[in-house]
Design a binder for this molecule. Structure first.
Ligand code: FES
Length: 148
């Protein structure tokens, strides 16, 4: 039975299980910040479940390859979409900061505390300013009420 190592946790799963499902079933997540809620639910479209995987997993399919070509992803990042990746043996999985987890020049997210009560996926670091766009940030936009 394969073991998934993720942020200091070890999760056993059946061979062929989808990595995203394995993490979610263990009350963990491959998503950061708001992507925990705003994601494509495993259809391989949003790209927010991207993780670095070391170990025995399925090959990339056409959908995954295509999504990882679209910014903010880049083929050189060597990431996998957890929702498109099947666990075939023991694997170590790392999640990087940023809405899409694409800030691979930074350190991966640290191990989770054993007593993770009070820590939610929303607490995970998200994009730095200017690195990845976040829609809806209108704080600096003047509104008609502000103008005279
Ligand atoms: S959950 Fe959207 S690409 Fe994996």
């Amino acid at each position: 039975m394969p073991t998934v190592h993720f942020r200091g946790k070890e999760i056993e799963c059946r061979e062929g299980a989808t990595l995203r499902d394995v993490l979610l079933d263990a009350d963990l997540t491959p998503h950061n910040g708001k992507a925990t809620v705003f994601n494509c639910r495993g259809f391989g479209n949003c790209g927010t479940c991207a993780v670095k995987v070391d170990g025995e997993v399925s090959d990339k399919g056409i959908r995954e390859k295509g999504r990882l070509l679209v910014p903010p992803h880049h083929p050189n990042y060597d990431l996998r979409l957890a929702c498109q990746t099947k666990v075939m043996g023991d694997v170590t999985v790392e999640k990087y900061p940023g809405m899409w987890g694409t800030q691979v020049a930074k350190d991966p997210l640290p191990p989770l505390a054993d007593d993770a009560e009070g820590e939610s996926p929303e607490d995970a670091p998200t994009a730095d300013a200017g690195d990845e766009p976040t829609p809806g940030d209108a704080e600096d936009d003047p509104t008609p009420a502000d103008a005279d």
